[in-house]
Design a protein around this ligand. Structure first.
Ligand SMILES: *Cc1c(COP(=O)(O)O)cnc(C)c1O
Length: 429
């Protein structure tokens, strides 16, 4: 890795050796104002459109057009069982058994559904641990969950904060906080990857620590699914959910995935908000009283499947599988991000100008590098945009760049580095 070079020729060599290089052609790459394909480094926010997505949706339009209600039972992929066609890929994606996953709803909805089951505070065990400055939807979800149980959010929610002068959390500090909270801790809910800093958490260690004090442990994997190698079952995680439109390229507002550990698969007594699609299919259509949940994560379903977003998701997941799954994607991802890091570091900008706040340890990050730009960050962001580089801006002053292994090339990263170098040279004048 230390033998990187900043030249376009060097990047072209890496691209020539990249076994995944042709997957880029399976995506629509938005054009920059100059008519050239943009350098799209924003897959952490919205992944690009797989070319196969349109035909997948059109197929369901056709079933609806030709079959009407019979599309539930006939057609190329009957809607009645449509969601089940996502199970195998989803289980592979997150390191789960098929019974532990289901695709349904949207992320924040699923977070609430899971918290109803896995955050059940009592008089003495009522605290919930999360990241300070977590994604706002997660903060609002937790606040309202606390209130649902008659608790003041400030009393129930404990927020983790980095040490003074640091930007990310240390695993040892997370574990120490869990131990301190001890018997008062009901639930731990962290991001798998923090959306702002790009830090990937040690989910196995955090889960162990949580379980050791008798707490439930779950993760919001919005920025981790399709990004990290996940082993949710082996890590013994209790519950998790994620969206499909970031690293999973399944379109704006796309559907969401859920993981519930196998040990809860046969727990009809576990409180949940119920709907007919989670009911035992043997008598779902008897329309009788008395909810009996299906085995596994499927027992958390509420509604009949959203066929159109799921059609996109299925096409997108097929690409992940075709590429060799997360092990293959992760291998390229580590190299892409390391190359980007090299190109930023070689500018040797003082930390008072620009600082990478994402951990340098590849095991503690995914695709994304977050750059804290202390002066004129917005100007740099606009400079990148004018050069056809689509990054993303987070208030107050962070630029996130996320080279994605399925459709970004080393050439993309090299070009981004070159534009950053032009900006840095302009500053030096
Ligand atoms: C992207 C993201 C969300 C978005 O939630 P939706 O319900 O899909 O709108 C929530 N939480 C985290 C951590 C995210 O990164």
């Amino acid at each position: 890795m230390t033998s990187f070079q900043p030249t376009a020729e060097f990047a072209a060599e890496l691209d020539a050796q990249d076994a995944l290089r042709d997957f880029r052609n399976q995506f629509h790459i938005p054009l920059a104002p100059n008519g050239q394909p943009s350098i799209y480094l924003c897959g952490n926010s919205l992944g690009l459109q797989p070319k196969a997505a349109r035909a997948a949706v059109e197929q369901e339009f056709e079933s609806w057009e030709k079959l009407g209600v019979e599309g539930h039972f006939h057609g190329t992929s009957p809607w009645m069982h449509y969601h089940e066609t996502l199970t195998a890929s989803t289980a592979r994606l997150v390191g789960a058994k098929p019974v532990e996953v289901v695709v349904m709803n949207n992320l924040t909805t699923n977070l609430h559904l899971l918290l109803v089951s896995f955050y059940q505070p009592t008089a003495t065990r009522y605290k919930v641990l999360m990241e300070g400055g977590a994604f706002p939807s997660d903060q609002y979800a937790l606040e309202s969950q606390a209130r649902l149980h008659g608790l003041a959010p400030d009393e129930a929610i404990v927020e983790l904060r980095p040490r003074a002068g640091e930007h990310t959390l240390r695993t040892e500090d997370i574990v120490a906080t869990i131990q301190e909270l001890g018997d008062s801790l009901a639930t731990v809910i962290l991001g798998g990857v923090n959306y702002y800093t790009g830090q990937a958490f040690d989910m196995a260690a955090i889960t162990r620590a949580g379980h050791a004090v008798g707490a439930m442990v779950g993760f919001d994997l919005a920025h981790a699914a399709g990004n990290l190698l996940l082993h949710l079952h082996d890590w013994d995680v209790d519950f998790a959910c994620w969206c499909s439109y970031k690293y999973l390229n399944s379109g704006p507002g796309g559907t969401s995935g859920v993981f519930v550990h196998e040990r809860f698969a046969e727990r009809p007594d576990l409180l949940r908000l119920a709907g007919w699609w989670g009911h035992d299919p043997a008598d779902r259509f008897q329309m009788k009283k008395g909810f009996r949940p299906m085995t596994g994560a499927a027992g958390w379903q509420l509604s009949n499947a959203q066929i159109f977003p799921m059609a996109i998701h299925r096409a997108a997941l097929a690409l992940v599988d075709e590429a060799g799954g997360m092990p293959a994607l992760r291998r390229k991802s580590e190299q892409l991000t390391a190359y980007l890091e090299y190109l930023v570091r070689r500018l040797e900008l003082p930390a008072t100008v620009l600082e990478i706040i994402t951990p340098a340890d590849p095991a503690a990050r995914g695709c994304q590098l977050s750059m804290l730009v202390h002066q004129n960050g917005r100007q740099l962001f606009d400079f990148l945009a004018a050069a056809g580089i689509i990054a993303d801006w987070r208030e107050p002053n962070v630029i996130r760049l996320a080279p994605v292994p399925l459709y970004n090339s080393f050439g993309d990263v090299q070009r981004a580095g070159q534009v950053l170098a032009e900006w840095a040279a302009g500053k030096a004048k």
